[in-house]
Design a protein around this ligand. Structure first.
Ligand SMILES: Cc1ncc(COP(=O)(O)O)c(C=O)c1O
Length: 468
């Protein structure tokens, strides 16, 4: 009769079938290793402990271990006990394959990420401790679906002060980043009969996908040096814009376009969705407050901690007009009810104590230096190359020399261990007005930044003057 046992120490079930106990143990262990249930380097229990657990003679277990060591499934070293041999798993899993390909990327200048090594680990840990020391027990229960009041209060103050947003804690909803905020807003819009969303012609593809998956038809706005062309809104019910720093062109929405879109929203009852994903990082241009302040009753402002702290926190927020709060909340209640309370309390404490502002200021200085180094290095190696969108944010648009296409340059960079992306990856239906790279100078850790830029310069320097 089959018996299932848990191995002492490592939580694994062994199914020992049949009367030949040693053979059964060997084959159960072989199966556990080859299927990956026992990962490489996992330490197995001692022969004595396993024998007691399984009700076997200690010798039987010792012989089974020796046999599997001889077959290469296990390894045994004096003092280190018996372990699953490295790479003993029969087939490498898909995640192992992607880890291998990630290992070939030595330098990463893809846009979309801040420098993760700059995450303020010790300050964040200290804020966790301070926040938990004073949080009431109720904060750890099912709480207000808008998010914890402690965080919404801090965010309302911060957004008014730093981004000029006109809101208060009751109109803020904490969510898991811009991605979720957009999905919630699109669902709410569809729920009240909206059909058409206007979007900029360049954005991350997942943004288009989110809007389409919600059932909204897209009106595509051309993007030029003044931002998205809001003269083309037509019969749209809503418009999504990146006014502070168009992604990936890096331009800001011109003052007359800001005024135009605010007026359009007032006149038509249309909704403006403002994606303020990296508004904190501006360098040598006037601070540009949130567009939301021009039409607070017709604009949903969305912010995120993904660039200021880390995308892995999954913390974002939206400030919505009063009539959108309940529709968004009823959808959010289905999606996730509440977000992680400890992270919310910690972010509240981080803002309250001034750590958030200090961290943003430190990062702003670091990214500004990086931007200057990037521009200087590119100018030295290819003076004719045009770099734009650099007054703010964490990425720059680098136009390729005439005659060269993005795929060629991306492939050349990959051969040198540098991950980089072309503009076309962000274009609606992959149209691209000119070949360019979107260089995420925020992405590498500080120690790797200079080498990453050198690699990029080598790649650009190796291109012939007029291409093929
Ligand atoms: C245009 C844009 N908006 C927003 C975000 C942030 O998304 P999330 O808050 O879901 O991490 C990104 C991240 O790359 C982005 O590129």
């Amino acid at each position: 009769m089959p018996q299932t046992w848990a191995i002492a120490g490592v939580d694994l079930h062994l199914d020992l079938t049949g009367t030949r106990r040693r053979a059964a143990l060997e084959s159960a262990l072989r199966e556990a290793v080859s299927s990956g249930r026992l990962a490489p380097d996992t330490r197995l229990p001692s022969t004595r402990a396993l024998a007691v657990d399984l009700g076997l003679a200690r010798n039987t277990v010792a012989e089974a271990y020796s046999q599997l060591v001889a077959e290469g499934w296990l390894s045994a070293e004096v003092g280190a006990g018996t372990r699953v041999a490295p790479r003993a798993t029969a087939q490498s899993s898909p995640s192992a394959a992607s880890e291998e390909s990630a290992a070939r990327v030595r330098y990463d200048l893809r846009p979309g990420s801040p420098d993760l090594s700059s995450f303020p680990r010790s300050r964040w840990s200290a804020a966790v401790r301070r926040a938990l020391a004073v949080a009431p027990d109720e904060a750890l229960g099912y709480s207000d679906p808008r998010g914890l009041p402690q965080l919404r209060r801090e965010l309302a103050g911060y957004l008014a002060r730093a981004r000029g947003v006109r809101t208060h804690a009751d109109q803020l909803i904490v969510c898991s980043g811009f991605g979720q905020a957009l999905w919630l807003i699109c669902q709410a819009l569809c729920g009240r009969g909206a059909r058409r969303l206007a979007v900029e012609q360049y954005l991350p593809q997942r943004t288009y996908a989110t809007a389409r998956a919600s059932g909204l038809a897209l009106t595509v706005l051309a993007v030029d040096g003044h931002g998205g062309d809001v003269g083309q809104l037509g019969s749209s019910d809503a418009v999504l814009l990146t006014p502070a720093h168009q992604f990936p062109f890096g331009v800001s929405l011109a003052a007359e376009r800001r005024a135009h879109v605010a007026q359009w929203a007032q006149d038509t009852g249309g909704l403006v969705i403002e994606d303020d994903y990296d508004g904190e990082f501006r360098y040598d241009r006037h601070p540009l407050g949130a567009l939301q302040a021009l039409a607070p009753q017709r604009t949903v402002y969305v912010g995120t901690a993904s660039k200021t702290l880390a995308p892995g926190l999954r913390l974002g927020w939206l400030a919505a007009p009063a009539d959108l709060i309940d529709p968004v909340l009823s959808i959010k209640a289905i999606a996730d009810r509440n977000l992680n309370a400890v992270e919310q309390l910690t972010l509240a404490e981080f803002i309250r104590s001034g750590e958030y502002d200090r961290h943003v200021r430190r990062c702003r200085l670091m990214y500004r230096r990086r931007r200057d180094r990037l521009v200087a290095a590119l100018g030295a190696v290819r003076p004719a190359v045009k770099t734009s969108g650099i007054a703010a944010g964490l990425h720059a648009l680098v136009q390729l020399p005439a005659g060269h296409c993005e795929d060629e340059v991306v492939a050349l960079a990959a051969q040198r261990g540098l991950a980089i992306e072309g503009l076309r990856a962000y274009a609606h239906r992959a149209a691209s007005p000119f070949p360019a790279l979107v260089v995420g100078y925020g992405t590498p850790p500080e120690h790797a930044f200079n080498r990453a830029v050198e690699r990029l310069c080598e790649v650009l320097g190796s291109l012939g003057a007029s291409g093929r």
